[in-house]
Design a protein around this ligand. Structure first.
Ligand code: ZN
Length: 463
């Protein structure tokens, strides 16, 4: 590896090859806060153009040298883990190349920070709808490679739905430029989907054409208290109908999570009183402030009258709306549980209540002092489960996985809703995908990366 590093150092502009330890020290630690490993690479390659990415991959391919692509390293499944190996960071490829106001598209380099893209879209009078907790560090390339989800999937879909075209460099250095700007393009296979959500195992995304949405004029938010689980799906359907397609978030917090983020040392205040089993943060974004305000209030009044909700507080100002999102974003309060593990699962809404009960009972039976918080994007069938149990050891983690994924498997759920598989969930891929599905994934991997150099060992062992 050192000979190859020296070769690349000589061939590429000064500053492109960085010492791995120095690079690892600069990482912001979002993922590490959740106990996820990234590792210390031997070196980090920081190209500043697609041509340089291609040059690097050509050399690695020739030498059979594995390479781990890095975005913002905020992922939660150890998909960027690279102890002692070579990492490829696109952090210097962070330009917004073009915003086309007429067609509502933005062309960016993969190292662009998500928040920067959001702000640039807003300045141009548009909305780029992807939003998630790591927005200030996560990159568009990472968001594409992991098919990121986040807070507004119910309205705008996942990252896959926001990418019109992309450019990727294949394992052998071939540059596949497919910067499609068209919403409709059925000319053959839609190759971009090979690279969206494949976690850097089939190619390195270098540029993308993003689809922008019209910027909403109105934003309404409320925190709702709900007395029983059966009311949650009813409430969701009621709001979808009553709000005429403007519902943009339906975030459910189980009582323990709500209490955690609204009691000291958390800075958040409870908008509605403690004491209910479920809290729902709803957001609607529309095009007519006055009419949308009235419709939002009416919808909530009808839900109150219909018994779907027990209490409701509508945010009255931008500051109050920001505070509500702040509660949902304050996930790091889970450190108060002691050693914890984080899970990201999806299952059909009618099966959630029994799933939660089974997980709670399974954890309590094994660890009587354990605590567990549930919250998530219920409208998407996506739950985040964070158990605080025992000593945080690998053995405990494994035992907790068996309980949670076991309850999921019998219900046909997915071990990964939006975080991906990475290294962490690799052993459980077959609990959510069939043997035929996994065999086809491996066929694609062997075809596109015959020497297994791109993020090897992530998602599955190529074998
Ligand atoms: Zn999430």
């Amino acid at each position: 590896m050192d000979a190859l590093i020296a070769q690349l150092q000589a061939a590429l502009p000064a500053g492109t090859v960085m010492d791995g330890k120095a690079a690892a020290e600069r990482l912001p630690g979002f993922a590490m806060g959740f106990g996820k490993r990234i590792g210390v690479p031997r070196a980090v390659l920081r190209p500043s153009s697609t041509a340089e990415v291609s040059q690097i991959l050509r050399a690695c391919h020739a030498a059979g040298q594995p390479l781990v692509p890095w975005g913002g390293c905020t992922g939660l499944v150890e998909g960027t883990y690279v102890e002692g190996g070579l990492a490829l960071s696109l952090d210097r490829m962070n330009r917004i190349e073009e915003i086309d106001p007429a067609s509502g598209t933005m062309t960016v380099e993969a190292g662009c920070i998500l928040q920067t893209v959001g702000e640039a879209a807003e300045e141009a009078g548009y909305l780029f709808p992807l939003d998630l907790g790591a927005r200030g560090t996560a990159t568009i390339g990472g968001n594409i490679s992991t098919n990121a989800g986040g807070n507004r999937v119910i309205r705008f879909g996942m990252m896959r739905d926001m990418v019109l075209g992309l450019e990727a460099v294949l394992a052998d250095g071939t540059v596949m430029t497919s910067l499609n700007h068209l919403i409709k393009n059925n000319a053959g296979y839609d190759l971009k989907h090979l690279f969206i959500g494949s976690e850097g195992t089939l190619g390195v995304v270098t540029r993308a054409v993003l689809r922008l949405r019209s910027k909403p004029v109105s934003q309404n938010m409320a925190m709702l208290a709900v007395s029983e689980f059966a009311s949650l799906p009813k409430l969701l359907r009621r709001l979808e109908k009553a709000l005429g397609g403007t519902l943009s978030a339906f975030e459910v917090m189980w009582e323990e999570f709500y209490n955690l983020v609204t009691t000291p040392p958390a800075l958040g205040q409870p908008p509605v009183p403690h004491g209910y089993p479920y809290y729902v943060m709803v957001e609607a974004m529309g095009g007519d402030q006055e009419a949308d305000d009235a419709r939002f209030e009416q919808a909530l009044a009808a839900a109150l009258e219909g018994g779907d909700i027990a209490d409701a507080v509508i945010a009255k100002s931008q500051a109050e709306r920001n505070k509500m999102w702040g509660l949902r974003d304050d996930v790091f309060q889970v450190v108060r549980l002691g050693p914890f593990f984080s899970f990201d699962v999806s299952l059909r809404i009618p099966q959630m209540e029994s799933f939660v009960a089974e997980v709670r009972a399974g954890l309590k039976a094994r660890w009587p002092d354990s605590q567990v918080v549930f919250f998530g994007h219920l409208g998407d069938g996506n739950l985040h489960v964070i158990p605080g149990v025992g000593d945080g050891s690998a053995e405990t983690h494994h035992a907790v996985e068996e309980i949670i994924y076991g309850a999921l498997r019998t219900r046909g759920g997915s071990v990964s809703a939006e975080h991906g598989i990475g290294l962490e969930k690799r052993a459980y891929l077959s609990w959510s995908r069939s043997a035929e599905e996994i065999a086809l994934m491996k066929t694609l991997k062997r075809t596109l990366d015959p020497k297994n150099i791109l993020n090897p060992g992530k998602v599955f062992e190529a074998g």
